[in-house]
Design a protein around this ligand. Structure first.
Ligand SMILES: [Zn+2]
Length: 120
């Protein structure tokens, strides 16, 4: 199984720099990049998006607020969330996951880790 990992650093850097306008630009460019990639992905490919943390401009440091996550791919049930942002994704089908749970969920949905069957 192949996996490509892309880390976009610009929104974090602009948060540290307290430069909200450049941070917005960086996020808009990220949105465009994801849109272009998503349109060209074959149907059998999974895509996961997550932020590793928040970096609010007014604080200038990493904080622990929940970040939006999404996983799309074959046989994944859709929820009603149409926008990738903190407010909408907080009500999404993945619920609230830790970073570890997010990766485990991604691997399980991809079939990389089998569901554990509990026998009684
Ligand atoms: Zn940082």
């Amino acid at each position: 199984m192949d996996m490509v990992y892309v880390h976009v650093k610009a929104p974090d850097v602009k948060g540290h720099d307290n430069d909200p306008f450049e941070k917005v630009k960086a996020i808009e460019m990220f949105d465009q990049m994801v849109g272009l990639i998503a349109k060209q992905l074959p149907e059998n490919v999974y895509m996961a998006l997550a932020a590793d943390h928040s970096t609010p401009c007014e604080i200038g440091e990493h904080t622990g607020e929940p970040v939006p996550v999404v996983i799309s791919g074959p046989s994944i049930r859709r929820d009603r969330i149409l926008q990738y942002n903190e407010l909408d994704c907080a009500h999404g089908g993945l619920g609230h996951l830790t970073g570890n749970e997010f990766v485990r969920t991604l691997h399980r949905l991809m079939g990389y880790v089998k569901n554990k069957v509990i026998r009684r």
